[in-house]
Ligand binder design. Sequence first.
Ligand code: SF4
Length: 221
Amino acid sequence: MKPKRPRTAAERKQRLAAILERLNKLFPDVTCALHHSNAWELLVATILSAQCTDQRVNMVTPGLFRKYPTIRDFAIVPQEELARDIHSTGFFNNKAKSIIGAARKILADFNGEIPQDIDRLLTVPGAARKTANVVLGTAFGIASGVVVDTHVHRIARRLDLTSADDPVNIERDLMKILPRDRWILFSHQIIHHGRNLCNARKPVCGECPLNDLCYAKDKTA
Ligand code: SF4
């Protein structure tokens, strides 16, 4: 039997609270899977993670940060050389261009420090909203928005937390309904849920603790 959809604002609120509580039980201490030791490294890793697995990025970044230990090193490397270094992450020419552009911008306009507000961070090459939210949330604990990656996109829709189909509007909907102090953790939890059970092709609904709250069309038996 399919779960009933909430009808009133109070029922919707209650359902959301139950989803958040169960996510907390499932993933109490999750964080970003990209390895990094400072905000700059996280920015680089996040740029590299576009269309690439975190696992692959984590294989590339240790050598990369050994070869280029400072932002200045990234600012002066020829694009072709950096593209070769990050080749295995895909889209290496664009990514190299973004990383070099980011390094130069941060040195020129922000005194070598990653800006800690979203408007200024969005002026850095390669830092679109998702990347900026990852860096601010994970490196600085600043809830600037909700990270909407492919998992959050899919699962927010499956859980009927949004009916939008583009990241900007999905983020806007999530920011409206989620308490601000859950913006950072919610994305991490949903990303882990997407990797573990609620995967794109065949979600493992039989094992999902959100099953009785979920009325996604593509639920499995
Ligand atoms: S019940 Fe299935 S579709 Fe719904 S959240 Fe769980 S795994 Fe995803």
